[in-house]
Design a protein around this ligand. Structure first.
Ligand code: FAD
Length: 268
């Protein structure tokens, strides 16, 4: 079994700049971490490998520093790490990200499962997994809180707004996973050192993927930002209630009632 896990490097902080001309984030130089939700996808893939055998590949599209996130996947135990990195990929929206990942997966040729996080911690659209499944014409099992393999099929417990349901499909398939699926492993120090010192991250450029370069990066992105701005937070008036707890509670209730915020509630 060959499992490919799509991972994204996300900024460590929300304090990153914007390019006011293109409306895109300026991630180059910003500290990055492995998207936390993708660690759950990696953990699931590694557990499946431990149980059923096979190999795990981590795949990411991003600027050169995304190599660090891929080295972290190597330290966790993936067999191979591939980075799609090229100026042509810059400014990609979710569709153009999915297009590049699709071409890479076609190049990888044989895989049984593709695992993605449900969402990234920065843009958080939760679109890349489902788009990739559509582009690859794969069945998609989303929001998995459990994943298991039974001979020729994969089964998940899918989280819904008001409950769960069990979904099952044959291979190949794409799964997006929830944070509560598992507790990602913390790699031991020697694996970390080995991942940074001895292991290789394969880098593929746009020309290696083939495909129409009009589909890559900002050019291939139907989503264009019209305006980027930071919201100004208006400071409201702060009232500090002081006194005995029951006095404060009474005063708070009167204030909320006065503002019409307790309408419909039976509070005296
Ligand atoms: C107009 C526009 C311009 C943008 N410009 C830039 C830019 O210049 N630079 C920039 O970095 N971002 C840019 N973005 C954001 C970028 O489009 C998204 O971050 C990216 O497409 C992934 O979407 P997401 O973060 O919402 O991922 P989600 O859809 O929330 O992620 C779900 C899962 O998909 C997988 N995944 C997501 N992204 C990747 C990836 N890159 N590689 C591998 N797997 C992945 C992971 O498993 C992840 O958990 C731009 C977005 C828009 C709309």
């Amino acid at each position: 079994m060959h499992i490919v896990v799509c991972i994204k490097q996300v900024p460590e902080t929300t304090d990153i700049g914007w390019d006011s001309k293109t409306g895109t984030l300026m991630r180059e130089g910003a500290g990055g971490i492995l998207n936390p939700n993708d660690k759950n996808a990696l953990e699931a893939a590694l557990q499946l490998k431990e149980k059923h055998g096979g190999t795990v590949t981590a795949l990411s599209m991003g600027p050169p520093q995304a190599e660090d996130a891929l080295r972290e996947t190597l330290s966790m135990g993936v067999d191979k790490a591939i980075l799609l990195s090229d100026e042509q990929f810059a400014g990609a929206d979710t569709l153009s990200t999915s297009c590049a990942l699709r071409l890479a997966l076609k190049k990888i040729a044989r895989f049984d499962l593709v695992l993605c996080g449900k969402e990234s911690s920065d843009a958080a659209t939760a679109q890349v997994g489902p788009q990739l499944a559509e582009l690859l014409n794969l069945p998609q099992l989303t929001y998995a809180t459990e994943v298991s393999i039974k001979s020729n099929s994969v089964r998940i417990k899918q989280k819904l707004e008001d409950g769960f349901r069990i979904l099952e499909t044959s291979f190949p398939a794409l799964i997006t996973v929830e944070r509560e699926l598992n507790q990602p492993r913390i790699p031991p120090m020697d694996s970390i050192m080995e991942a940074y010192r001895d292991k290789e991250v394969q880098v593929l450029r746009a020309e290696d993927l083939g495909g129409d370069k009009e589909h890559f990066g900002l050019k291939g992105s139907p989503t264009q930002s019209r305006k980027v701005y930071s919201k100004k937070v208006k400071k409201g008036k702060v009232t500090i209630l002081q006194g005995e707890p029951d006095e404060i509670a009474r005063e708070l209730i009167q204030t909320l009632k006065h503002k019409g915020l307790l309408r419909g509630l039976n509070v005296t």
